[in-house]
Design a binder for this molecule. Sequence first.
Ligand code: GLY
Length: 368
Amino acid sequence: MDYTKHMDFAVEKTRENIKIFKYGFPMPQSRDYNYAPEACVDWTSGFFPGMEMIAYEYTKDEEFLKSARFHAEIFRHRIDNKIAVNHHDMGFLYSLACVSIYKVKGDEFAKETALLGADQLMERYNPVGRFIQAWGNMHDDTNNRLIIDCLLNIPLLYWASEVTGDEKYKNAANAHLDTTLKVIIRDNNTTYHTYFFDKKTGEPVRGQTAQGYSDDSCWARGQAWGVYGAALAYHYTKNEALFDFFNRVTSEFIKRLPSDYVPYWDMVFSDGSDEPRDTSAAAVACCGILEMSKYMDCSKYLPYVDKMMESLGENYTSKRLSYPSNVILTDGMYSRPDGHKPEGTIFGDYFYMEALMRLINPDWHMYW
Ligand code: GLY
C-alpha cells in the first residue's frame, strides 16, 4: 500500500501549523476541527514537537527541526520551573519533545532536559504498591492508583537507564510494569482504565474507569495503550510475559472493531451504534502492532494495520470537511464522559503520523 500521499498530507498540515504554534502548542482537542494554541501546560504538549520531528525526518526540511528545538527550550523552562508536572505524563511529554531530538541529532540539551523529565517521573513511584501514581498529589488517599496510559510513560525511564547507566529508573519501570500486568487485564481480555491500591498494604483494591463507558467496559484508547505499551515494554525489557499480554489485548481490540475498522470510543459499542468513534485508538494500536512485529510473529494482526490505516486515511481526515481545518484526523474522542464531541485530537494526529512513518520506513527509530 502506498502511504506517502497520506504522509504528505500530514506533513503539509504540520508545516501550516508551525506558524500557528510557533510559541505555543495545540490544545488536546480541536474546536470545530481547529486546534487553538495554548501554553506548555497540558499532558499533550509533546505531540506537536513529535510531529515536527517526524516531518523533519521525512522531509529533511530544517524548518521542522528548528521549530522542534525551540519547543524543547520551552519544555526545559517547564521542567525547571515545575510547571504542570505533578502527574505521570512525563513520557508523553519528554520522550516526544526531547528524546526525539536527542535520538535524531544527538542533542545534549534535549537529552539533559528529557532526563529531568525522567527524574520528575521517579518522584511518582510508590514503593508500597510498586507502581507509578498517575494523578494528584502523592500520599493523597483518593489518588492511590495506576492507569493503563502509563505504559507509554515508562519508556522514558527505560531510556534514562540506558543513557545514564543508572538502574534506578529501569527498576521503577519494571516494578510498575509487573504491577500493571497483574491487575489491568480481565479474564475476557479487556482492560481496566485505572486501578486502585490499598494505601497501607499496597494490595490491589478495584478497577475504575475515568474515560470509558463504565468500570467494566473496554475504553478503546485504553485497550490501545495496552497494545502499544506491551510492545514498548518488550522493546526495552525482552520480558516474554509481554507476548501473552500483547496477544490478549490485541486480539480483543481487533475482535471488537466495527466493519470499517475504526473503533467506537468504547468497544462495548459496535456496528449500528450512534456513539462516536475514536480514531486515535486505531492509530495507537497500529503503532503497537508495528512495533511488536519486530519481536514476534504478528502476521495475524498486520493485515488489520493496513485496514485501519487505509480507513483512517481515506475516510477520517480533515480532507473530508467542507471548511478549513488544521487537524489531520477527524473523529477523535478525548473524553466522552466529560461531554466531548468528535474532534481532532493532537495525540491521534501524532500516532497516525508515527504509524505512517513506520509503514513507509520500517527501519525508523522510534522516539519512545
Ligand atoms: N492519556 C490520556 C488519554 O488517553 O486521554
